[in-house]
Design a protein around this ligand. Sequence first.
Ligand SMILES: *Cc1c(COP(=O)(O)O)cnc(C)c1O
Length: 444
Amino acid sequence: MTAVPQERRIVTAIPGPKSQELQARRLSTVAGGVGSVLPVFTARAGGGIIEDIDGNRMIDFGSGIAVTSVGASAEAVVRRASAQLADFTHTCFMVTPYEGYVEVCEALAELTPGDHAKKSALFNSGAEAVENAVKIARSYTKRQAVVVFDHGYHGRTNLTMALTSKNMPYKQGFGPFAPEVYRVPVAYGYRWPTGAENCGPEAAAQAIDQISKQIGAENVAAIIIEPVLGEGGFIEPAKGFLPAIVKFANDNGIVFVADEIQSGFCRTGQWFACEDEGIVPDLITTAKGIAGGLPLAAVTGRAEMMDSVHGGGLGGTYGGNPVACAGALGSIETMKELDLNAAAKKIESIMKTRLTAMQEKYDIIGDIRGRGAMIAIELVKDPVSKTPFPEAAGALAKACHAEGVLVLTCGTYGNVLRFLPPIVIGEDLLNEGLDVIEAAFAGI
Ligand SMILES: *Cc1c(COP(=O)(O)O)cnc(C)c1O
């Protein structure tokens, strides 16, 4: 499947001398605002391994932030994208169209929840998809207000910064932000004052009350939520929360938008995380895992909503680029062929078993959560106060990196270690990565 040997191998310090040399060049030419989790420079990657230019092979628990679910050099993605590259690289779908775009929209109609008539429009990045979902919802409802949630993340463009809840590093100094954006509570069970059992209905009641009192339901164009909140800390809204919000949206003519950019395409063990509670969104935004690493994003939704926009009102020069569409078709082919939903569930069961055993030994693991190949642990100073412990998350990540396991942090408080392995990762590599994490706990 991939030319990269599926084994961890450390042959130099991390980062090694060649990476350090390139990092010095990078620092003098790449804008300082663009960071890197770990400045080892990539030579090749595939399956569950990233190989750097010094010859180190790292176990990948990040997938380039939930993107390379099929691996970073999946056979079908490479084959289809290469063939497309040789045929033509670009015409602009708005100038002369091509079949790949149509095929991706057909696949999205088939795979997304609900059996209503659906249409899609394709874009380049997740933020662009979210912006377009807002444009479509406003055009359809002729209303302006947009409701988002605490701990939500939707991107880095001006409108999506406004939709994103966390200031540092996403918003600091970048205002003013887009108007008519309102934020309400989300059902964060682990930190809900009256406990996780009451959280779903209580948080929904609070959110709905705030929307009704502070905005007026009749002014709301869209409610946008990630069915599993990604950057905010892999928060799964407590049961009952999403259905209550969807019902409120439906009862009040509000477009319900599921932002599945991180949680979609097999990541949580289902095609889309909102299927877990039988949610059928009006609009759904996708990106990240859709195209095996090529830049592609989409808004998919009810045909009458998507078609409410005047002709020529949606688009962009590169949106639905033919090579990216070919990548998406290769990625979807791989997901079906290898049944990556089942594979993600297997990853969940292995990870949760191992992490639960670690929690018994290390009580700074306050919470273990997530679904499929989207699993996280929230670190706290002690399990009673639940005081966030971001220093532990940083130290653990650093220890894992030094041993050749790439893990990421996230969370509003920076105290969450998240695991997003390529869903095609081998079980042996997955367990070896977990061994390294366990050893890191012993070391801090
Ligand atoms: C990453 C992400 C985005 C933004 O996608 P980009 O491709 O980085 O613009 C939006 N929403 C969610 C839920 C994301 O995880």
